[in-house]
Ligand binder design. Structure first.
Ligand SMILES: Cc1ncc(COP(=O)(O)O)c(C=O)c1O
Length: 483
């Protein structure tokens, strides 16, 4: 593609023939027809459909196109090549689909284009942010004073939380990271499990801990941290637990971990962070809450709205028991910013709620808008029902596969199912066949040293029929592989 200066006039902002309203309506209509077809046809595009992408390489900076044509052609190419992760039969990674109200509210939010950094930039977003954050804390049964803040995803939420943990534990020892940095600071230990998500390791690395400094605790047969393997360290210590093992879906025993820490360390000497990118939502369901016993005893939590809550990307949530801990770690000052952003340790009040001081970003999308709209429609019962339904589907999928002779190496935890077929080679071949076949989509993983198909049920639109159809497709793929 040419990057030369334009040699033909553009068709952009000052072209009066382009109406913003018309373009928006055109795009909305095309998006609507995509949605009407999202359950139809292949889940993952065929190689032939992906050829549609080649057309994009003919576009060039030197030859701008009319806006209507760009929207039209993008809509054609996108519809042909998009992965139908919102169509009920996509079980790859832990992706989630789009809940209709959240999707519709995102569209409004795009049109409003609010900067959610500060109340001064958008009083409307500020109000919605505060309310949505409170609802999340309430839904998850966390301490009422806890403060939630929206961010790009659980990886970012984990990073914000471990930085807040580090700075808070050091502050309790009279050490200000903001003033003195990390060189020469008292040692802060870290304990996590061998099964914690890679984003936790990445967050810890960015926050200053090398892998050799991290105590990695053994896990049980379901991938849960074994409290009896926790090391004898002296404080201060950050303990990173997980709700929702990425393979099995099972949760670390939070209550026992909190008991273990309580018995060894005084307050201010330990910090429990829970990475619950998807599994934290178990706490929102009375039926699943037994997985979350003790969840309210942690100091911080990370989760995603874009996974199991089914908002569009990208929407993660970091929550801290004390909002001042987020503010101490994340605040930034500038002469042009309103108010006093100093990190007074005076305690949290809602007037201090300025999203840019509770996370990494200054300018930011109004991520709370789709969350707020969805929660307004679902209410707490609707969220619990969404969680329960996905768990039921995951169970059903496992039993249909087991009835067909497939090995289920771990009972499904929450919304995750693992499946093994004869040998590692056959398992990989079945996964490939399923991905090529197009009726549903699942990924592969290694669990307990052996290959497994990994199925995550977290799309709001998945039905019981989708589960039956997908189980049949998987059994048929196994048949075809083994001849
Ligand atoms: C347990 C866990 N933690 C963290 C993450 C990272 O989340 P994100 O992709 O939203 O950054 C994931 C992603 O799948 C996850 O499953």
């Amino acid at each position: 593609m040419s990057t030369a200066a334009a040699d033909s006039p553009g068709h952009g902002a000052d072209d009066r023939s382009v109406s913003k309203v018309d373009l928006f309506s055109q795009a909305a209509a095309r998006a609507g027809s995509y949605i009407s077809q999202e359950r139809v046809g292949r889940v993952f595009p065929s190689r032939e459909s992906l050829q549609a992408l080649n057309a994009l390489t003919d576009w060039s900076l030197a030859h701008p196109l009319p806006a209507e044509e760009v929207v039209d052609r993008l809509a054609d190419i996108g519809a042909a090549s998009a992965v139908r992760s919102t169509g009920g039969r996509y079980f790859g990674f832990v992706t989630g689909g789009t809940e209709p109200t959240a999707l519709a509210a995102s569209l409004l939010s795009l049109a409003w284009d609010q900067n959610g950094a500060l109340p001064a930039m958008s009083p409307m977003v500020s109000t919605i942010d505060t309310l949505a954050a409170r609802w999340i804390v309430e839904l998850l049964g966390l301490p009422t004073q806890a403060v939630a803040s929206f961010c790009g995803g659980a990886s970012v939420a984990n990073l914000i939380a471990v930085v807040a943990a580090r700075d808070s534990l050091l502050a309790a020892r009279g050490w200000s990271v903001a003033e003195s940095g990390l060189r020469g600071a008292p040692t802060v230990h870290v304990i996590t499990s061998r099964e914690s998500h890679s984003s936790v390791g990445k967050a810890l690395r960015i926050a200053g801990w090398g892998s050799a400094e991290i105590h990695q605790v053994d896990t049980d047969e379901l991938g849960r941290l074994r409290v009896d393997d926790m090391p004898n360290v002296t404080g201060p210590v950050v303990i990173v637990a997980q709700m929702g093992n990425v393979n099995t879906g099972h949760c670390d025993p939070i209550n026992e971990i909190a008991d273990w820490a309580d018995a060894r360390f005084s307050a201010g000497n330990y910090w429990i962070h829970i990475d619950g990118a998807f599994g934290l939502w178990a706490a929102a369901s009375p039926r699943q809450r037994h997985h979350a016993v003790g969840v309210d005893r942690a100091h911080s939590w990370a989760t995603d709205a874009h996974k199991w809550l089914n908002t569009p990307y990208d929407c993660g949530v970091v929550i801290a028991r004390d909002g001042m801990d987020l503010r101490r770690a994340m605040s930034a000052t500038a002469a042009y910013l309103p108010g006093d952003s100093a990190t007074a340790d005076a305690g949290w009040s809602d007037e201090l709620r300025e999203p840019m001081h509770l996370g990494l970003q200054m300018s930011q999308a109004a991520r709370s808008i789709p969350v707020f709209a969805e929660l307004a429609v679902l209410g707490s019962n609707g969220v619990a029902e969404l969680v329960d339904r996905c768990c039921r589907h995951a169970e059903r999928l496992a039993s249909l596969l087991a009835e067909g002779g497939v090995d289920i190496p771990a009972p499904p935890g929450l919304n995750q199912t693992l499946a093994r077929f004869d040998s590692d080679t056959t398992t990989d071949a079945v996964v490939n066949a399923i991905q090529d076949g197009g009726r549903c989509w699942a990924g592969a993983t290694t669990w307990n040293g052996r290959r497994a198909m990994r199925l995550s049920v977290c799309d709001v639109s998945t039905t019981a029929d989708d589960i039956e159809t997908s189980a049949q497709a998987i059994l048929a793929a196994w048949d075809s592989v083994t001849g």
